[in-house]
Design a binder for this molecule. Structure first.
Ligand code: PMP
Length: 355
C-alpha cells in the first residue's frame, strides 16, 4: 500500500466484479447479461453512426435519448438523467443525495456496490437484515437515515416488492431520497416510475445492460423529479464525467424504441426461468421465486462453492458470492434453453458423481 495514498483510499474496499473470462467457449451464467443481445435496430443505428461525425463531441445532454425515455414514461426530459451504465448513475446519486450525516439504509443482502459507493464518498451506512425467506421487510427501514436504496427486484435474491411497499417507504421518509434500483425490473416486477409524479423524493434507476442486451455499451438512466435530476447533473458536471458517446446515444435510442425486441427477449427469459427453476427443484435445490433474469438457488446438502467449482471444470460459470448470508447459494443467470439444459445436465452429473 502506498504511503502517498490519502487515508480514505487506504480504507476503501473496492467492488469485486463477476469474472469476465477470456475464454469464449464457456457457458457464461455469472453476470446476468442477456443471452440474446441487443435489438438488431440498435446495431444498425450504431453502424450508421460510425462515420466522419465521430470527429464531433457527442451531445452532452443526450437529449434525444432522454426525450425517448420521457415520452414512454409520460414525463418530460427534465425528469430523466442518463449515464455510462447504471453504476455511474448510482455513483452520482450516492454523492448527490446521501450526505446528511445519518446512515444510508439498504438491505443485507443486496447489490454489493452500495457499500462501496458509501466507502468512496465517506458515507455511513446501516444494513437491514432480510427475513428468513430472504425478503425485504419494509417496516424495518424505520431508522433515521440519509436516504434509502432498494434494488427491486433485489439482487442476488431476485425477489421483488410490490408498489404498495415502495409507496409506504416513500411516504414514511418524505425528506429523504428513496432510490429504487430497477436493473432487473423488466423480467416481471412492477416499475416505480409510475410514482415519480407523486413523490418528489423518488429516484428510479434502470439499465440497458440486462433486458436490452447492451451491457457492453454502458448505458443507464434515472427518472425522478426535476429537482433530483438537476442534483445529478450538478454532480456529473462537477466531476466532468463523460456524457454518453455518439455510438452509445445512437444505439441506446434505437434499442429503447424497439419494444418488440425487448418483449420477445424478456418473454423468452421468463419462460426459460420457469423451466430452469423446476429442473433445479427436481435436483434438490431450494429456488427463490425470481422476478429477474437469474435464479438464486441452494442445494439441500451440497456446498455451493463445490458446485460452482465443479461446474467451472465443465466450462459453465455461475456466481458464488462469499459472505455469511450468501455463501450457501448460487446465483445463476437465465441463459438460452440450450445453455440451461447444459447446466442442468452438468449438475446431474456432479450430484450423481458424489452420491
Ligand atoms: N444494479 C444492480 C442491482 C445490478 O445487479 C447491476 C449489475 N451488476 C447494476 C445495477 C449495474 O448495471 P450497469 O452498470 O451495467 O447498468
Amino acid at each position: 500500500m502506498s504511503r502517498f495514498w490519502s487515508p480514505l483510499v487506504h480504507r476503501l474496499t473496492p467492488y469485486v466484479p463477476g469474472e469476465q473470462p477470456r475464454l469464449t467457449n464457456l457457458i457464461k451464467l455469472n453476470t446476468n447479461e442477456s443471452p440474446y443481445g441487443p435489438s438488431p435496430r440498435a446495431i444498425a443505428a450504431m453502424q450508421a453512426a460510425t462515420d466522419e461525425t465521430l470527429r464531433l463531441y457527442p451531445d452532452p445532454a443526450s437529449l434525444a435519448l432522454r426525450e425517448a425515455v420521457a415520452r414512454r414514461e409520460g414525463v418530460t426530459a427534465d425528469h430523466v438523467f442518463v449515464g455510462n451504465g447504471s453504476d455511474e448513475v448510482l455513483a452520482h446519486a450516492f454523492q448527490a443525495f446521501f450526505n446528511h450525516g445519518e446512515p444510508v439504509l439498504f438491505a443485507d443482502v443486496t447489490y454489493s456496490f452500495y457499500p462501496v459507493y458509501c466507502g468512496l464518498y465517506g458515507l455511513p451506512f446501516e444494513t437491514i437484515p432480510l427475513d428468513d425467506g430472504l425478503r425485504v421487510r419494509i417496516g424495518d427501514f424505520n431508522r433515521p437515515n440519509s436516504g434509502i436504496v432498494l434494488a427491486n427486484p433485489n439482487a442476488p435474491t431476485g425477489i421483488a416488492l410490490g408498489l404498495g411497499d415502495i409507496e409506504k417507504l416513500l411516504a414514511a421518509h418524505p425528506d429523504r431520497v428513496v432510490l429504487i434500483d430497477e436493473a432487473y425490473v423488466d423480467f416481471g416486477a412492477e416499475s416505480a416510475v409510475s410514482l415519480v409524479s407523486r413523490y418528489p423524493n423518488l429516484l428510479v434507476v434502470q439499465t440497458f445492460s440486462k433486458s436490452r442486451g447492451l451491457a457492453g455499451l454502458r448505458v443507464g438512466f434515472a427518472v425522478g423529479d426535476p429537482a433530483l435530476i438537476e442534483g445529478l447533473v450538478r454532480v456529473k458536471d462537477s466531476f466532468n464525467s463523460y456524457p454518453l458517446d455518439r455510438l452509445a446515444q445512437a444505439g441506446a435510442l434505437a434499442a429503447y424504441e424497439d419494444e418488440e425486441w425487448l418483449a420477445e427477449c424478456v418473454n423468452r427469459v421468463m419462460t426459460t426461468r420457469t423451466a430452469l427453476s423446476g429442473s433445479l427443484a427436481e435436483l434438490g435445490f431450494e429456488v427463490l421465486p425470481s422476478s429477474a433474469n437469474f435464479v438464486y438457488a441452494r442445494h439441500q446438502d451440497r456446498e455451493a462453492a463445490m458446485l460452482a467449482a465443479a461446474l467451472r471444470e465443465r466450462a459453465i460459470i455461475v456466481r458464488h458470492l462469499k459472505g455469511p448470508r450468501t455463501s450457501s447459494w448460487l446465483r445463476i443467470t437465465v441463459g438460452t434453453d440450450a445453455q440451461c439444459a447444459a447446466l442442468v445436465k452438468a449438475l446431474q452429473d456432479i450430484l450423481h458423481r458424489n452420491d
